[in-house]
Design a protein around this ligand. Structure first.
Ligand code: NAD
Ligand code: DAU
Length: 351
């Protein structure tokens, strides 16, 4: 039996990845290490929590004693590292938590892997899951490739860029067998409703204002989360050590297009007159340093490993709207308590 460590497995992408791995690889013991911050939720994994090849460990990736002990206990063959503070707006109001988890946490994992594997890297792999935001912001044209110069512009993206550099440094300096992927915006079920798509669906449902930053003209490249999980699986098994792979949806949309589309879809599902909820759209003060456009060139992944997104945006967004509308209780649970305080602080004087 192989043992794999997935960090951040109780979060949005992590929970989809853990579910996929547990079901697809019954001969691999999947150890999910998660601190269960506001963004981590074991509810996300209820359907697989009793599977014999799944185990949950609660803990902080910055805790080096714990990480070392986990390597001793499970003799991991591989690590897929997703644990992070992931929300740009939170990084603007509280950067230190991002430095701690995203940078110090990543180095802590690298150190533990290096010590445990001790130069014997046969069959070992350290996979770092990163973001397209490390490349900065595009104008109206062009795409991010794997060789685009790093130019992070928010505390979040700077912390992720820093962690990418450290992962590469451990490969070059110590020979650690690493791969990195930099992915565009994911969407799908189980995403915390501080992020644009679930936040807007939830607000439409409750007839609350829909906050659109600036003029709503910023562009993101949306990828269905299941396609990101497929890419991670492929890169983990077939990627080359030391390489970086860009993952994107070939699906650029302005924020305002997304918000209007969600109004139409949700109104239709709820039996409201179509587009009725557009009256809830509220333009608010822009995000500080708001990156204009992200767009990924994922040719390398397509040509070297044969990956393509399999879910069209129309399919994915319909699945996503359906998921949030039929998981009202999940939304209620995660939007109570601390989230209400965050929401008030983030949007209170803007809406
Ligand atoms: P998320 O915020 O939904 O989940 C993060 C998880 O990490 C949570 O379960 C949280 O409890 C856990 N965590 C946070 N700090 C921790 C710590 N110190 N120790 C242990 N666990 C901790 O994030 P997500 O959107 O699922 O993103 C996962 C990863 O993918 C991140 O590294 C992010 O940078 C990257 N990424 C996300 C996207 C996206 O669109 N969401 C796109 C590209 C890359
Ligand atoms: O590109 C990958 C990144 O995508 C990931 O690395 C991040 O972890 C993930 O959070 C996401 O970052 P964004 O900042 O692009 O996602 P967010 O959902 O926060 O915002 C998407 C766009 O919508 C962005 O241009 C800001 C805008 N927005 C967001 C919110 C929350 C609004 O207009 N109103 C809002 O209320």
């Amino acid at each position: 039996m192989k043992n794999i460590l997935i960090t951040g497995g109780a979060g949005f992408i992590g929970s989809h990845l853990v579910r996929h791995w547990v079901k697809t690889y019954p001969d691999t013991m999947v150890v999910n290490l998660d601190k269960l911050t506001y963004a981590g939720n074991l509810e996300n994994l209820k359907d697989i929590e009793k599977m014999p090849n799944y185990v949950f460990e609660k803990g902080d990736i910055v805790d080096s004693e714990l990480i070392t002990a986990l390597f001793e206990k499970y003799h991991f063959d591989g690590v897929i590292h997703l644990a992070a503070e992931s929300h740009v707006d939170r990084s603007i109001s509280n950067p230190m938590e991002f430095i701690r988890t995203n940078i110090v946490g990543t180095v802590t994992l690298l150190n533990a892997a290096r010590a445990a594997w001790n130069g014997n890297f046969e069959g070992k792999r350290f996979y770092h899951v990163s973001t397209d935001e490390v490349y900065g912001s595009l104008g109206d044209e062009g795409y991010f490739t794997e060789t685009t110069r790093y130019d992070p512009r928010s505390p979040y993206s700077a912390s992720k860029a820093s962690s990418d550099h450290l992962v590469r440094a451990y490969h070059h300096t110590y020979g650690l067998p690493v791969v990195i992927s930099n992915c565009s915006n994911n969407y799908g079920g189980f995403q915390f409703p501080e992020k644009l798509i679930p936040l807007v669906i939830n607000n439409i449902r409750h007839r609350k204002p829909l906050p659109v930053y600036g003029k709503g003209l910023n562009v993101r490249d949306w990828l269905y989360v299941g396609d990101h999980v497929q890419a991670i699986d492929l890169i983990y098994h077939q990627g080359q050590n030391g390489e970086t792979y860009n993952v994107g949806g070939h699906n650029e949309k302005q924020n305002i297009e997304i918000v209007k589309l969600l109004c139409r879809l949700v109104d239709r599902k709820l039996g409201r007159s179509e587009g009725e909820s557009e009256s809830l759209i509220t333009y608010v003060q822009d995000r500080a340093g708001h990156d204009l456009r992200y767009a990924i060139d994922s040719h390398k992944l397509a040509t070297t490993l044969g990956w393509q997104p399999s879910v069209t945006f129309e399919q994915g967004i319909t699945l996503t709207v359906d998921w949030y509308l039929s998981n009202e209780e999940w939304l209620r649970n995660v939007t109570s308590g601390d989230y209400l305080k965050y929401y008030e602080k983030q949007y209170g004087d803007r809406l």
